[in-house]
Ligand binder design. Structure first.
Ligand code: BG6
Length: 468
């Protein structure tokens, strides 16, 4: 039976500044942690030298081409566009007292353009980057000083854009700091668990301070967190596997538990004891953490399995997390297991746990697109993937889960975060650029563009039940 999503459900797509904008030293912008990772967030860190090729220097040139891109999103019927502000455009070093006017003026133009089309911006304050200077001189979030720098930045952007931006997110995939500490958090790779969790604590406090500032300064706004929602299943029904899965899921749910409840969950006491971690938590930190998020947001790409048994479990994607393969699931070209039903599971779990509205702010299929003889991209595989996931969102809505919206990842082809490839494409809109940087940057709708337009227009009624 066809199901109609609620009228106020936000439909759209999601991006990050460093994966689309390019122009990463234009108008006074400082370098960010992303700018020294030309091979992606799991690649080497390479200091910038003039003339070195880095695909992100131009990315898809959203910096200049945003009017065309936003127009195309509007043609698809987007009611929401998720983007991030590059912190280093506003505070090039990160520790200045005054912001960079040219950086502020740039995002004015973006938000004005979105308003023109009645598209609600959903803005991430920090998406897998921070000013490089903070990483080099403060070891990123290792330093408590960064809390104040981030709060200053957040207050500046709330003040400036609060009239037009009513939906905010603090840190993108905050739980990934555990697995890749440098990209989003500027924390040196190889840091000890003690250093890592102290840096994470600083980020959690900063997130809560941003929530407080947002509540004070933009009273009619809503601000959420953002986690990578990669749920793990027990591979077998052995109780040890079930408990192992519970613990692995706590690794990421811990972040939401603090951000949504306002204090550290009790299960962390044992973990910290076993890892010999003693955190420096001040009374001011305890008070700050009490300011909780309004909604919970997450990305969803895959699920994995864990086991304590001596089995032949294959590992799925070593670079991301140590996730085990699931014999019932197929994988993408990049080895990410496709699990639409898992999205319904995550939605139900998170809603049961937090009783706060949820927002799916990333989901999508990274695939190689090959144009047909007419030069068109018939991305039926992407349509299938998105249909099957959105169908489960519809099921979750019918389960009673409160869901604010869905922004698919990379509505327009962009640079991959983990591998810095252009060829790992997620878009409804093709961008003519390859991994070596060749191409005209011209935009062209794919078949999925028209499919998504129809789904949005029908409020989800056009989704079809996945084949069993
Ligand atoms: C999420 C990130 O982890 O996954 C995005 O928030 C990223 O920045 C997306 O692009 C997809 O990952 P990738 O590596 O395919 O770009």
């Amino acid at each position: 039976m066809a199901f109609r999503f609620p009228n106020d459900f936000l439909w759209g797509g999601a991006t990050a500044a460093n994966q689309i904008e390019g122009s990463n030293t234009t108008d006074g912008k400082g370098l960010s942690t992303s700018d020294v990772q030309p091979f992606g967030s799991f690649g080497e860190l390479i200091p910038r030298h003039g003339g070195d090729f880095n695909i992100k220097d131009i990315a898809i040139d959203f910096y200049h081409r945003y009017p065309e891109d936003i127009k195309l999103m509007s043609e698809m019927g987007f009611s929401c566009f998720r983007l991030s502000i590059a912190w280093s455009r506003i505070f090039p070093q990160g520790d200045e007292l005054q912001p960079n006017d040219a950086g502020l003026a740039y995002y004015d133009k973006i938000f004005d353009e979105l308003r023109k089309y009645n598209i609600t911006p959903l803005v991430t304050l920090s998406h897998y980057e921070m000013p490089l200077y903070l990483a080099e001189h403060y070891q990123g979030w290792t330093s408590r000083d960064v809390i104040a720098f981030f709060e200053r930045y957040a207050r500046v952007v709330f003040q400036r854009y609060g009239d037009r931006v009513k939906h905010w997110l603090t840190f993108n995939e905050i739980n990934v700091t555990l697995h890749e500490p440098f990209t989003g958090s500027g924390v040196p790779r190889g840091s000890s668990p003690q250093q890592l969790y102290q840096a994470i604590h600083h980020q959690l406090v900063a997130s809560a301070k941003a929530v407080k500032a947002c509540h004070e300064m933009v009273p009619n706004a809503q601000i959420g967190n953002m986690m990578l929602g990669a749920i793990q299943y027990p591979l077998t029904s052995h109780p040890d596997d079930v408990f192992e899965a519970l613990e692995r899921n706590r690794d990421w749910l811990f972040f939401g538990d603090v951000q949504a409840r306002g204090y550290y969950p009790s299960y962390m006491k044992r973990k910290f004891r076993e890892l010999s971690i003693t955190l420096n938590i001040t009374e001011d930190d305890v008070q700050s953490l009490k300011e909780t998020i309004d909604f919970v947001s997450f990305s969803y790409y895959m699920t994995g399995c864990v086991t304590t048994q001596k089995t032949n479990m294959t590992m799925m994607d070593e670079s991301m997390f140590k996730m085990g393969g699931n014999p019932y699931l197929e994988s993408t070209d990049w080895g990410w297991q496709i699990d639409p039903k898992g999205l319904r599971i995550v939605l139900n779990e998170l809603y049961d746990r937090y009783q706060k509205p949820l927002f799916i702010v990333e989901n999508g299929l990274g695939a190689v697109d090959v144009p047909n003889e007419n030069g068109d991209i018939e991305d039926n595989y992407r349509i299938q993937y998105l249909n099957d996931h959105l169908y489960q969102v519809g099921e979750a809505l019918q389960d009673g889960v409160e869901i604010m919206g869905y922004t698919s990842w990379g509505p327009i082809d962009l640079v991959s975060a983990s591998t810095a490839q252009m060829s790992k494409r997620y878009g409804f809109i093709h961008v003519d650029r390859d991994d070596q940087g060749n191409g005209s940057l011209a935009r062209k709708p794919k078949k999925s563009f028209y499919w998504y337009k129809d789904i949005i227009e029908s409020q989800g009624e056009g989704l079809v039940a996945p084949k069993q």
